[in-house]
Design a protein around this ligand. Structure first.
Ligand SMILES: NC(=O)c1ccc[n+]([C@@H]2O[C@H](COP(=O)([O-])OP(=O)(O)OC[C@H]3O[C@@H](n4cnc5c(N)ncnc54)[C@H](O)[C@@H]3O)[C@@H](O)[C@H]2O)c1
Length: 341
């Protein structure tokens, strides 16, 4: 397949592109490159790609494409809360526009990177499955719900949107993010000797390795239409349904000498959900996630040591909000996050 991969220069896209290429697909990227320089380790070999803002995509970008994997977004709660209007412009409106262009161009499958954050304040210990009520508590999560709704309305006999609700990712990617929970806690533990938890540690936070997400998307790309057409799937594994305090314990075991410190200073986090991941396993026989939280913590600690993670990089280069703030303050991007140059 010729696959348009938006967000190919992000944390997940950088891991996913080679997985798709190895499966025999021709990958064409599309990314504004906001985090293109956020590299830890050897620079990744990006596929051919368009450097274009999602809001400026035209029919030309989707011409001749068999499938779209849409990852590009302002990708977490702090970014969404920084500028809710921008989050809706980019994550919601531009995504739906891309899907319309794709459908008009005859693209048959559209894999959308949604998130388990759509369950938001589901709370409790019961597992939430895809049909559970959605309770987004941030503009980021709300933007994902709106896209799911609008793409669902576009589904027809020739166009199959698929909603991939990923758990929170972890693991090494050459384009690192340190602002997601496991990656953050491992980095902090190595740099300071403390596994620092600012919440009270009780929220459930399902996790999934970036490589397992990549394998799930690759599987959904070629699955029989009837298995995935217009369906939502939670992506992850029940083994990795963990509380923040449990994540911290795993990190302390992976980084010798590190001590868990739960300050609780940010109070209770309303985002808490335990997730049922069985629907995707049933739709894609043989698929399961391979990585545990502990393995991911060990992998990250090795990578951070090997590539010499510094505090400066940890807090600035690999923290999405800090990167965008710096780009804005230096004038590299305007107040709508478009490049000036
Ligand atoms: N990482 C996670 O824990 C996680 C979990 C669930 C869902 N997701 C979703 O997966 C997708 C990828 O996440 P990620 O962790 O790789 O995020 P990321 O921030 O590392 O990458 C997002 C990419 O999108 C690009 N982008 C942002 N705005 C753009 C615009 N206006 N035009 C063109 N490109 C733009 C960025 O340049 C970046 O390369 C996102 O949609 C995110 O919401 C991520």
């Amino acid at each position: 397949m010729r696959v348009l991969l938006t967000g190919h220069q992000g944390y997940l896209g950088t891991v996913m592109a080679p997985v798709l290429a190895a499966a025999g697909h021709e990958v064409v990227g599309l990314d504004a490159g906001l985090f293109a320089d956020c590299v830890l380790g050897d620079p990744p070999a990006d596929p051919q790609g368009h450097r274009v803002d999602l809001r400026d995509v035209t029919a030309e970008h989707v011409a001749g494409v068999d499938a779209v994997i849409h990852l590009a977004a302002l990708s977490n709660d702090p970014l969404g809360s920084l500028a809710p209007d921008l989050t809706y412009d980019i994550n919601h409106h531009a995504s739906v526009r891309l899907a319309r262009l794709a459908r008009d161009a005859g693209v048959r499958r559209f894999l959308y990177a949604s998130t388990c954050s759509v369950y938001g304040a589901s709370g409790g210990d019961d597992l939430v499955a895809e049909d559970a009520p959605l309770r987004p508590v941030t503009p980021y999560a709300e933007s994902k719900v709106r896209v799911e709704d609008d793409l669902h309305a576009l589904a027809d006999g020739d166009f199959s949107p698929v909603f991939m609700r990923n758990a929170t990712a972890f693991g090494y990617s050459p384009r690192l993010r340190a602002d997601i929970v496991l990656n953050n806690l491992v980095g902090h533990a190595l740099l300071s000797g403390e596994v620092l938890v600012l919440s009270d540690g009780t929220p459930w936070r399902p996790l999934v390795h970036a490589a397992d997400i990549a394998r799930a998307f690759a599987a959904a790309l070629t699955a029989p239409r009837e298995a995935v057409h217009d369906r939502a799937f939670n992506i992850g594994s029940e083994t990795n349904n963990v509380t923040v305090a449990e994540i911290a314990e795993q990190v302390a075991e992976a980084v010798s000498g590190a001590k868990v410190v739960i300050t609780g200073e940010n109070g209770a986090d309303p985002r808490s959900y335990r997730v049922d991941f069985s629907r995707f396993r049933a739709a894609i026989p043989g698929f399961d996630c391979e990585w545990t939280v502990k393995q991911g913590a060990l992998e990250l600690a090795d990578a951070y040591r090997k590539f010499g993670l510094t505090r400066e990089d940890f807090e600035r280069r690999f923290t999405r909000l800090a990167v965008l703030r710096a780009a804005s303050e230096s004038g590299a991007v305007d107040d709508t996050l478009r490049w000036r140059r």
